[in-house]
Design a protein around this ligand. Structure first.
Ligand SMILES: [Fe+2]
Length: 189
């Protein structure tokens, strides 16, 4: 039997790897900050990457394309794995909002804002790692079983259209190279 070149989740699983790479960089940036070496520019770049790549481009495809496809296959959006994933996306957005609010005062030397910034960054890293593990190991395996054939093909075409968009003026490729820049600044590339 021929294996399809792209499953309902292969592109999303690939994007997870880039998001995890930035999570590793954020963890390193927090460790440096705790040692007194703040790189606010890098935290700012993390916020941009998370907002535009992890949330708009990646979670956007899950929420607007994959999850509705799973609902068509009988899964509930109100409870079970999809509901848990949606709730975790919401919590992730909260962490990002905390980071955005803390960045400028933290940069200006406000110690309390610095604590909020590092705690939110840390919280995001923990959340996104366990979130991605759940998707990769549970929800996406279910999706690969139920979304096949022509519905899988149209889903992948729709993914392609989202990936070709610009996110506040940035292409997906530019955001991927931002992830590399962040890793380098964090000393991981
Ligand atoms: Fe995801």
């Amino acid at each position: 039997m021929n294996q399809p070149t792209e499953s309902a989740t292969s592109r999303l699983r690939e994007e997870h790897q880039l998001i995890l790479q930035v999570a590793d960089a954020m963890q390193a940036l927090v460790a440096e900050a705790d040692a007194g070496n703040w790189d606010f520019e890098a935290f700012d770049q993390c916020v941009t990457f998370i907002r535009l790549f992890a949330d708009a481009c990646h979670h956007g495809k899950e929420e607007d394309l994959l999850f509705p496809e799973l609902e068509k296959a009988g899964m509930s959006r109100q409870q079970g794995p999809i509901a848990v994933m949606l709730e975790e996306h919401r919590i992730g957005r909260e962490y990002v909002r905390f980071m955005v609010e803390a960045l400028e005062p933290a940069r200006a030397g406000d110690e309390e804002a610095r604590a909020r910034l590092r705690n939110a960054a840390n919280g995001y890293v923990e959340l996104i790692r366990s979130h991605i593990m759940k998707e990769d190991q549970v929800l996406f395996n279910m999706a690969d079983h139920v979304v096949r054939g022509s519905s899988c093909q149209s889903l992948c075409v729709a993914y392609g259209a989202v990936c070709a968009r610009r996110f506040e003026g940035h292409s997906k490729e530019e955001l991927a190279s931002l992830a590399e820049t962040i890793s380098q600044r964090a000393g991981l590339a």
